[in-house]
Design a protein around this ligand. Structure first.
Ligand SMILES: Nc1nc2c(ncn2[C@@H]2O[C@H](COP(=O)(O)OP(=O)(O)OP(=O)(O)O)[C@@H](O)[C@H]2O)c(=O)[nH]1
Length: 394
């Protein structure tokens, strides 16, 4: 019986884009200087042709938008910041999470193996945003095994909990596979406002660059004043070209231009940013479908990955976000960000249990190396007390 009730988290504040058409396309080279659309000679026949009218005609109407607060553009110093010395492990980054703190607190008291312990574990899981469904399953399993006298002490129960948590995540710990035969492999990033999409794209850019994959970025967040500049800063940092149009340009048009450019150049990976949108805003959600349909005019299989970025601090609201985004655009992979610091961490289990959609990456900090390929064992071990003696490196 669940004995704990959570308060509902506030929704992310809305931001609504408008749909004014692109006027000028630009390829932003790694040095940061935009080449205007008419500089197509330099860029080749790429990226600068307008989207054919019939493609756009197929598009849906999109809600008009209130103006957004401008956000600070990343400074040159920030972009040039050196990476953190040494790679902090998962445990280092996740130790502050509500999940890790409550469970280590619980087991450091050498609890007795009884129903009170199960109640406390239940409370800890719910507090950490694991959610009612997943918590009921986990505690129910432990209770059954405890009654069957499977555990000799509380540590044995903790080891069983670890096993259950890992088993819940392993099926979704599926790394992103980029098929080198698909050129370009198009990755469309989606999510609500401020979850870390643009930052994640920057980190992915760095990762792909390090892997020696030629790539390109599409600045499809055309509503936020600083989003294009933010992406450009990441492009500069990693020597990656960025395809952009003016602010308030049609995001589908930007994605189309970028795909055309990437195809013509034989680029291996194209990562397209989109503006953050609330999952409850029907018009904006429909716009994601439009982006998909427009790029499918160039490649019927694109996007090859619809990567939804979810803020790990969002709590159970993440479930309704994923439900809506999945219905609108067919999410194929997840990135859960901000699992460092004050994140509760448990939402990862709720997402895994409810949707079974692969979790590709976890964001455990703001630096490029803090985007980790999601590793079920490392994640669970970082949340559980060290006494368990399992590996927490990496
Ligand atoms: N601590 C921490 N911060 C992160 C992580 N990922 C992103 N952030 C921060 O989250 C904030 C928002 O990131 P953005 O990339 O601008 O978010 P966005 O989703 O592109 O925002 P919109 O364009 O408004 O939708 C920034 O301050 C990032 O540095 C992470 O894994 N850990």
């Amino acid at each position: 019986m669940l004995n704990f009730f959570r308060r509902k988290k506030p929704e992310v504040p809305p931001a609504a884009p408008n749909d004014s058409r692109a006027t000028e396309a630009a390829i932003l080279p790694p040095d940061g200087n935009a080449m205007a659309a008419d500089a197509s000679a330099a860029a080749g026949p790429l990226a600068t042709e307008p989207v054919p009218a019939e493609f756009i005609a197929a598009a849906m109407e999109v809600e008009p938008a209130p103006a957004l607060e401008p956000e600070p553009v990343p400074t040159a110093e920030a972009a040039d910041e050196p990476a953190a010395p040494g790679r902090k492990g998962w445990r280092d980054r996740l130790r502050g999470s509500a999940f890790a703190r409550s469970l280590s607190g619980l087991f450091s008291r050498n609890p007795r193996l009884d129903d009170d312990l199960l109640d406390e574990i239940e409370t800890a899981l719910l507090t950490a945003d694991v959610g009612v469904t997943a918590t009921t399953f986990l505690v129910g399993d432990l209770r059954k095994r405890m009654k069957a006298r499977e555990f000799t002490d509380a540590n044995a129960l903790l080891a069983a909990l670890r096993g259950d948590l890992v088993a819940m995540l392993r099926p979704v710990a599926q790394p992103l596979q980029i098929d080198r035969g698909t050129k370009p492999f198009v990755l469309l990033t989606v999510g609500v406002n401020g979850v870390g999409k643009t930052t994640t794209i920057g980190k992915l850019a760095r990762r792909f660059k390090d892997e020696g994959r030629p790539l390109m970025l599409a600045a499809g967040d055309t509503f936020r004043a600083a989003a294009i500049a933010q992406l450009q800063a990441w492009g500069d940092r990693n020597g990656v070209p960025v395809i952009a149009q003016g602010q308030n340009a049609d995001a589908a048009s930007v994605a189309f231009d970028a795909l055309q450019a990437a195809q013509a150049r034989g680029t291996e990976v194209l990562i397209a940013d989109t503006a953050g949108r609330l999952h409850t805003q029907q018009g904006l959600m429909a716009e994601l479908g439009k982006i998909k349909r427009v790029i499918q005019k160039l490649d019927v299989n694109a996007p090859h990955e619809v990567l939804m970025v979810i803020d790990g601090t969002t709590g159970q609201n993440a479930l309704s976000q994923l439900r809506q985004f999945h219905a609108a655009v067919g999410v194929t992979g997840l990135v859960v960000t901000k699992l460092d610091g004050t994140a509760k961490g448990g939402v990862v289990f709720a997402l895994a249990r409810e949707f079974g959609i692969p979790i590709r990456f976890a964001g455990i900090g703001e630096r490029p190396e803090d985007l980790r390929v999601f590793d079920a064992d490392a994640f669970v071990d970082a949340l559980l007390p060290e006494a368990l003696g399992t590996s927490t490196s990496n």
